[in-house]
Design a protein around this ligand. Structure first.
Ligand code: HDL
Ligand code: ZN
Length: 424
């Protein structure tokens, strides 16, 4: 069926694209979610949603309380204060606060004027079978890729037990091996690695290099990881003779290449700018795009999925993707995950890259966040696609519903799997 929306005006375009965007399941390629069988690592419900570090940062800007006083409170009491501060005394107009409202509405809970006690009491039964799948379905997420840290003691124990093994049909969660500890803080690891049976020295000897490669291979296989990931500071440089640089060149990149695994580089984080905010204390810095150019050029048989945290890096990242087929740009990450910037960045990427990029990931930490992260992102992506389809149609290329379906499928899942399976 050829869909020629311009005959029926703007809304027809938007309605058709929205319909297709919502029908197309997403591979949410970077989250901090866990299936319920991971116990305490799996966060859900109102108190976890309200004590999300984005909302903590916004609350502590205006709450007349010291950081220590705040952190000394129970999670429930901290949630009470966030609700009172951002949703009662103020309008929940920020992206993260509006996100809570979106979640409540999608769960059938009107928020305004309701007490937090009522909302807690009326929350759907999170213990009921299928709750996780219901939430993922509400968000239109087909599969969510976790962030799996083999150096996190709690998570390590789960992976070494049988608990981690997904039962048939439970493949909504995929694993990604996260190597921040190895690449950003190697000094603290040799003792632990030796206790685990890996002969790793603080000096990167040939044997240490081989043993670290074995560690990555064994954990990739244990988790059935679909890619390897690391977040990197704005000052990240390569090659620079640093331990990180040597580990990347001699351990991580060769193992990823041999296993055909993409390496996800998440560049531009300034960790602990305000340590008193704990998880909410990280910030952003403009990174040097030359490091992306250098890695893509020097390692043509490696696949790099790259997202950068600074708005100022976005145009040069998109241009760099035009230069390297082994570079897949993804997401409007973290401080960029706001409608104004998702729109700007997605528009620029469509203009420079066509549909050969991954527009978004949720970064969700609490299960129900996928509802708002994807509702807000899909609306913006749909509107930008409508603009571009109308431009194309007016240029003389009629756009069909099948064209739109193919494009959205590529953006939401096809590009991820094709790049994951790409042979270089
Ligand atoms: O390093 C990361 O994966 C970041 O996404 C951080 O987890 C950050 O705290 C976050 O949740 N951003 O959305
Ligand atoms: Zn993240």
């Amino acid at each position: 069926m050829t869909f020629v929306p311009e005959q029926s005006g703007k809304n027809a375009w938007l309605e058709k694209v929205r319909e297709i965007v919502w029908q197309t399941p997403v591979v949410d390629m970077h989250t901090h979610l866990f299936p319920r069988r991971f116990g305490k690592l799996s966060l859900t419900g109102m108190d976890d949603l309200l004590t999300y570090h984005y909302l903590i940062a916004e609350t502590l800007r205006v709450l007349p309380m010291t950081y220590d006083e705040y952190w000394s409170l129970s999670k429930e009491r901290r949630a009470d204060l966030i609700w009172q501060t951002l949703f009662v005394e103020r309008t929940p107009i920020s992206e993260a606060a509006r996100g809570v409202v979106t979640i409540l509405r999608r769960l059938g809970l009107e928020a305004k004027g309701r007490s937090l006690a009522e909302l807690r009491a009326n929350w759907p039964d999170r213990s009921e079978a299928g709750y996780t799948e219901r939430i993922l379905d509400l968000a239109g997420v087909g599969q969510a890729v976790m962030t799996n840290d083999p150096f996190d003691p709690e998570e390590r124990e789960i992976w070494l037990s049988s608990v981690s093994t997904a039962r048939p049909g439970e493949n909504r969660f995929l694993a990604a091996l996260r190597l921040d500890a190895l690449l950003n803080d190697y000094g603290s690891l040799p003792v632990r690695l030796n206790n685990w049976g890996y002969r790793a020295d603080s000096v990167l000897t040939e044997e240490t290099v081989a043993e670290l490669g074995r560690f990555i291979k064994e954990w990739t296989e244990r988790m059935r990881a679909v890619y390897v990931a690391v977040s990197l500071p704005d000052t990240f440089s390569f090659p620079d003779g640093s331990t990180r640089s040597i580990l990347l060149e001699r351990v991580v990149l060769p193992v990823c290449r041999d296993m055909g695994l993409p390496l996800a580089l998440m560049i531009g984080v300034k960790r602990g700018v305000n340590p008193a905010l704990l998880e909410a204390g990280d910030s952003v810095g403009k990174a040097d795009i030359r490091v992306v150019e250098r890695l893509c050029a020097d390692f043509p048989h490696n696949k790099f999925m790259v997202t950068m945290l600074s708005r100022e890096n976005q145009h040069e990242l998109a241009v760099t993707a035009r230069k390297f087929r082994n570079l897949m740009v993804f997401g409007s990450w973290w401080f960029l995950n706001n409608p104004s910037l998702v729109g700007e960045i997605t528009r620029m990427r469509l203009e420079l890259l066509g549909t050969s990029f991954i527009p978004q990931h949720s970064d969700a930490r609490i299960l129900e966040q996928v509802i708002y992260k994807w509702a807000h992102a899909k609306e913006v992506i749909a509107q930008v696609l409508v603009e571009k389809y109308r431009d194309l149609s007016e240029a003389g290329w009629p756009v069909s519903a099948a064209d739109i379906r193919r494009d959205v499928e590529s953006l939401f899942e096809g590009n991820f799997w094709r790049f994951k399976n790409l042979k270089l």
